[in-house]
Design a protein around this ligand. Structure first.
Ligand SMILES: [Zn+2]
Length: 199
Protein backbone atom coordinates (compact mmCIF):
# COMPACT_ATOMS: atom_id res chain seq x y z
CA UNK A 1 0.00 0.00 0.00
CA UNK A 2 1.31 3.42 -0.91
CA UNK A 3 -0.31 6.54 0.55
CA UNK A 4 0.45 9.97 -0.90
CA UNK A 5 -1.17 13.02 0.67
CA UNK A 6 -1.35 15.72 -2.00
CA UNK A 7 -3.01 18.18 0.36
CA UNK A 8 -4.35 18.53 3.87
CA UNK A 9 -1.02 17.89 5.64
CA UNK A 10 0.31 20.68 7.85
CA UNK A 11 -2.73 22.75 6.96
CA UNK A 12 -6.46 22.71 7.47
CA UNK A 13 -8.35 21.67 4.34
CA UNK A 14 -7.31 20.88 0.82
CA UNK A 15 -7.61 17.17 1.46
CA UNK A 16 -6.50 14.95 -1.40
CA UNK A 17 -5.11 11.55 -0.43
CA UNK A 18 -3.94 9.04 -3.02
CA UNK A 19 -3.98 5.36 -2.11
CA UNK A 20 -2.29 2.84 -4.36
CA UNK A 21 -2.42 -0.93 -3.90
CA UNK A 22 -1.08 -3.06 -6.72
CA UNK A 23 -2.79 -1.91 -9.90
CA UNK A 24 -5.57 -0.07 -8.04
CA UNK A 25 -5.51 3.62 -7.30
CA UNK A 26 -8.15 5.68 -5.51
CA UNK A 27 -8.36 9.19 -4.14
CA UNK A 28 -9.92 10.18 -0.86
CA UNK A 29 -11.43 13.67 -1.24
CA UNK A 30 -10.55 16.25 -3.88
CA UNK A 31 -10.70 19.61 -2.18
CA UNK A 32 -9.41 23.13 -2.37
CA UNK A 33 -6.76 24.20 0.11
CA UNK A 34 -7.62 27.31 2.11
CA UNK A 35 -4.10 28.67 1.64
CA UNK A 36 -2.92 27.42 -1.78
CA UNK A 37 -2.97 30.05 -4.45
CA UNK A 38 -3.56 32.91 -2.02
CA UNK A 39 -0.33 34.53 -3.16
CA UNK A 40 -1.59 34.50 -6.76
CA UNK A 41 -5.37 34.65 -6.62
CA UNK A 42 -7.76 36.81 -4.66
CA UNK A 43 -11.19 38.38 -5.13
CA UNK A 44 -11.72 38.87 -8.86
CA UNK A 45 -8.32 37.51 -9.84
CA UNK A 46 -9.06 33.81 -10.20
CA UNK A 47 -7.81 30.90 -12.35
CA UNK A 48 -9.01 31.35 -15.93
CA UNK A 49 -11.92 29.12 -16.85
CA UNK A 50 -10.90 29.43 -20.52
CA UNK A 51 -7.49 27.89 -19.74
CA UNK A 52 -8.99 24.60 -18.59
CA UNK A 53 -6.86 23.00 -15.88
CA UNK A 54 -3.73 25.01 -16.77
CA UNK A 55 -3.81 27.63 -14.01
CA UNK A 56 -4.90 25.08 -11.41
CA UNK A 57 -1.97 22.81 -12.28
CA UNK A 58 0.59 25.61 -12.76
CA UNK A 59 -0.13 27.17 -9.39
CA UNK A 60 -0.44 23.92 -7.49
CA UNK A 61 -4.16 24.12 -6.74
CA UNK A 62 -4.58 20.53 -7.95
CA UNK A 63 -1.92 17.78 -7.96
CA UNK A 64 0.11 16.92 -11.08
CA UNK A 65 -1.31 13.45 -11.76
CA UNK A 66 -1.65 11.59 -15.05
CA UNK A 67 -4.88 9.87 -15.99
CA UNK A 68 -7.01 11.90 -13.62
CA UNK A 69 -8.26 15.05 -15.28
CA UNK A 70 -11.04 15.78 -17.73
CA UNK A 71 -9.64 15.47 -21.28
CA UNK A 72 -11.35 18.74 -22.27
CA UNK A 73 -9.29 20.67 -19.70
CA UNK A 74 -5.83 19.47 -20.71
CA UNK A 75 -5.19 21.09 -24.10
CA UNK A 76 -2.97 23.89 -22.71
CA UNK A 77 -1.25 21.76 -20.08
CA UNK A 78 1.73 19.42 -20.26
CA UNK A 79 -0.61 16.47 -19.70
CA UNK A 80 -2.14 14.56 -22.56
CA UNK A 81 -5.53 12.88 -22.37
CA UNK A 82 -5.24 9.20 -21.54
CA UNK A 83 -7.43 6.47 -20.04
CA UNK A 84 -8.06 7.07 -16.33
CA UNK A 85 -5.56 5.57 -13.90
CA UNK A 86 -7.95 5.86 -10.96
CA UNK A 87 -10.78 3.50 -10.15
CA UNK A 88 -12.66 5.85 -7.87
CA UNK A 89 -12.71 9.13 -5.96
CA UNK A 90 -14.36 9.02 -2.53
CA UNK A 91 -15.76 12.18 -0.95
CA UNK A 92 -16.04 12.31 2.83
CA UNK A 93 -18.40 15.30 3.11
CA UNK A 94 -19.74 18.38 1.36
CA UNK A 95 -17.23 21.02 2.49
CA UNK A 96 -15.34 22.82 -0.28
CA UNK A 97 -11.94 21.94 1.11
CA UNK A 98 -12.85 18.29 0.41
CA UNK A 99 -14.81 18.52 -2.84
CA UNK A 100 -14.13 21.80 -4.66
CA UNK A 101 -12.26 20.43 -7.68
CA UNK A 102 -14.37 17.39 -8.59
CA UNK A 103 -15.50 19.15 -11.79
CA UNK A 104 -11.95 18.75 -13.12
CA UNK A 105 -11.92 14.96 -12.84
CA UNK A 106 -12.17 12.65 -15.83
CA UNK A 107 -15.93 12.00 -16.05
CA UNK A 108 -15.42 8.26 -16.49
CA UNK A 109 -13.83 7.92 -13.03
CA UNK A 110 -16.62 6.83 -10.64
CA UNK A 111 -17.36 9.27 -7.85
CA UNK A 112 -18.48 7.90 -4.47
CA UNK A 113 -20.24 10.00 -1.83
CA UNK A 114 -22.91 9.77 0.84
CA UNK A 115 -26.51 10.37 -0.21
CA UNK A 116 -26.69 13.55 1.88
CA UNK A 117 -23.44 14.87 0.42
CA UNK A 118 -24.82 14.30 -3.07
CA UNK A 119 -27.96 16.29 -2.24
CA UNK A 120 -25.96 19.17 -0.70
CA UNK A 121 -23.55 19.37 -3.64
CA UNK A 122 -26.40 19.43 -6.16
CA UNK A 123 -28.03 22.25 -4.17
CA UNK A 124 -24.72 24.16 -4.01
CA UNK A 125 -24.33 23.87 -7.76
CA UNK A 126 -27.83 25.19 -8.39
CA UNK A 127 -27.69 27.97 -5.81
CA UNK A 128 -24.19 29.33 -6.27
CA UNK A 129 -21.66 30.25 -8.90
CA UNK A 130 -18.50 28.89 -7.36
CA UNK A 131 -19.09 25.13 -7.32
CA UNK A 132 -19.70 22.77 -10.23
CA UNK A 133 -20.35 19.06 -9.96
CA UNK A 134 -18.85 18.29 -13.37
CA UNK A 135 -20.27 15.76 -15.82
CA UNK A 136 -19.56 12.47 -14.09
CA UNK A 137 -20.85 9.36 -15.78
CA UNK A 138 -21.18 7.41 -12.55
CA UNK A 139 -21.97 8.81 -9.09
CA UNK A 140 -22.46 6.13 -6.45
CA UNK A 141 -24.15 6.99 -3.16
CA UNK A 142 -23.07 5.05 -0.08
CA UNK A 143 -24.29 4.61 3.48
CA UNK A 144 -22.79 3.29 6.70
CA UNK A 145 -22.67 -0.50 6.49
CA UNK A 146 -21.75 -0.53 2.80
CA UNK A 147 -18.51 -2.07 1.60
CA UNK A 148 -17.38 -0.91 -1.83
CA UNK A 149 -14.95 -3.26 -3.52
CA UNK A 150 -12.59 -1.98 -6.22
CA UNK A 151 -10.63 -4.62 -8.09
CA UNK A 152 -8.94 -7.35 -6.06
CA UNK A 153 -7.16 -5.15 -3.55
CA UNK A 154 -9.34 -2.41 -2.13
CA UNK A 155 -12.59 -2.40 -0.15
CA UNK A 156 -13.87 0.89 1.26
CA UNK A 157 -16.21 0.98 4.25
CA UNK A 158 -17.78 4.40 4.93
CA UNK A 159 -18.50 5.25 8.57
CA UNK A 160 -20.83 8.11 9.50
CA UNK A 161 -19.22 10.84 11.61
CA UNK A 162 -20.39 13.87 13.53
CA UNK A 163 -19.27 17.11 11.84
CA UNK A 164 -20.55 20.62 11.15
CA UNK A 165 -22.19 19.51 7.89
CA UNK A 166 -24.74 16.66 7.77
CA UNK A 167 -23.87 13.34 6.20
CA UNK A 168 -20.13 13.38 6.92
CA UNK A 169 -18.15 10.14 6.71
CA UNK A 170 -14.76 8.67 7.44
CA UNK A 171 -13.45 5.63 5.60
CA UNK A 172 -11.94 2.32 6.58
CA UNK A 173 -10.01 1.12 3.55
CA UNK A 174 -9.18 -2.57 3.67
CA UNK A 175 -6.29 -3.88 1.58
CA UNK A 176 -4.15 -7.04 1.56
CA UNK A 177 -1.42 -4.94 3.23
CA UNK A 178 -3.68 -3.90 6.11
CA UNK A 179 -6.35 -1.31 6.77
CA UNK A 180 -6.13 2.44 6.43
CA UNK A 181 -8.44 4.70 8.43
CA UNK A 182 -9.20 8.10 6.94
CA UNK A 183 -11.05 10.28 9.39
CA UNK A 184 -12.24 13.04 7.05
CA UNK A 185 -13.00 15.92 9.43
CA UNK A 186 -13.44 14.09 12.70
CA UNK A 187 -14.02 16.62 15.50
CA UNK A 188 -12.21 16.06 18.77
CA UNK A 189 -15.06 17.68 20.64
CA UNK A 190 -16.82 14.40 21.23
CA UNK A 191 -20.47 13.74 20.44
CA UNK A 192 -22.86 16.69 20.06
CA UNK A 193 -24.23 16.46 23.60
CA UNK A 194 -20.72 17.10 24.93
CA UNK A 195 -20.62 20.62 23.54
CA UNK A 196 -24.16 21.61 22.61
CA UNK A 197 -26.01 20.79 25.79
CA UNK A 198 -28.38 17.88 25.46
CA UNK A 199 -29.00 15.80 22.38
ZN1 LIG B 1 -15.35 19.71 6.95
Amino acid sequence: MRVTPWGGVGEIGGNIVELEVGEERILLDFGQSFSAGKEFFMDFLQPRKSAGALDYLEFGLVPPLQGLYHPDLLSLTEFSPEPPRYSGVFLSHAHGDHVMHIDKLDPSIPLYMGATTHTILQANEKAGKTFNMGDHEKIVEFRTGDSITLGRNIAVRPVHLDHSVPGAYGFIVETPDGALVYSGDLPFTGPPHAYRGTL
